[in-house]
Ligand binder design. Sequence first.
Ligand code: 2HG
Ligand code: ZN
Length: 463
Amino acid sequence: MLPGPIIEQLIDIVGESRLLLGDDDLQRFGIDRTTLWKAAPCAVVLPGSTAEVQAIVRLANQCNLAIVPSGGRTGLSGGAVAKDGELVVALDRINQVIEFNPMDRSVTVGAGMITAKLQEFAEQQGLFYPVDFASSGSSQIGGNIATNAGGIKVIKYGMTRSWVAGLKVINGAGDILELNKGLAKNNTGYDLRHLFIGSEGTLGLICEATIQLARPPVEPCVMVLGVQDFAAIMDVLKCFSADLDLTAFEFFSQQALDKVTAHRGHAAPFETQTPFYALLEFEKTNDAVLDKAMALFEVCVDNGWVLDGVLSQSLTQAQNLWKLREDISETLWHWQPYKNDISVRISRMPDFIKEVDQLVARQYPDFEIVWYGHIGDGNLHLNILKPEALSVDQFHAKCVNVSSEIGQLLAKYEGSVSAEHGVGLLKKDYLHYSRSAVEMDLMRSIKRAFDPNHIMNPGKLFD
Ligand code: 2HG
Ligand code: ZN
């Protein structure tokens, strides 16, 4: 419970209707997509400006009140979970287009802007915001930046980081910082903007972002290929990426396809069933590209890597094929999966896959495992489905042991324990498999510099 004087001061800052204390609101704003923790914030505030955010952070410093920044809460690692009486600061109302600059091809928006709205805005200007993922309809740009979100087009366009030209933030000490100011070139020492990207709310709150926009892509073509085994996916990737400018290269297993077709009513791409499927996308810059894609398909068939395939003939068909991949995560929620979001360099993927496959087969003989991910980026989303007979806690306890083994394997392959979902609460115990002790110490020092009273999202990323 928040003491009365603090409630009064918060109301002074944001107005009475913007301070939420009801149980439904606390439950809704205190949790992300994870199901392992219970929401227990002390209150939720909805500031309407950067000045209000600053006043809240200053008050929190005076009262030693921990803050959890909140965006669309679509995160999968517990980064936006408020489970220990924290104050949730939700950026929902700071969601406007602040300035569009066609000459710079950039737009400054409030951090609470929904990702899909930014994509729509870019399109209306004849431009393109290329970071895209299944949760773009509810995730917010500030949260995307705080987690450096990736998604389905990283192979061509990079992660969120590549598109952030400037940030206005309030750090944990309550200072306002305007970082990089939209500049394309700015070699003036440490680029503090990049520290905030992927910082998961541990350094401060992102209030506004200047986003670089791209030229729009030409019509996308999508191919789904039925692949005979895991190793062949990498052969197919090598074959296609050598000759085509791919915008995506995703994969999923037959189990993933079975679940998506059964639960979403989508049609399978073709009749042949294969252990794995590759989904690749390229732009139809001219007809020769289609001939090239078909020729590469033949090469893959001749080599025995690919057993069947389909090439989209229209934009609608391309979008429908994408649904087979994009709807997997949402479909799997039914089984309360334990999620792994791991990556290694693409060149190491063939050996890594063999070892991780053996490891999970040995450790999870009775569990159903669904493989999918952005394999073109070296990123696997290994989802372990909870058997009905186990409680969430029992299931989690079993998964945690295996996570340490996966962590050791990742350390051996110099991979990442969190490729794109962030660390939050879920992965912090495994961070040391990807970051050295010196790096961890430096990260703690950086946090101290930005957040001296340790009020910003404590317990996330590291303790
Ligand atoms: C995806 O690629 C998302 O579909 C979610 O990053 C992955 O739910 C997951 O494991
Ligand atoms: Zn993903």
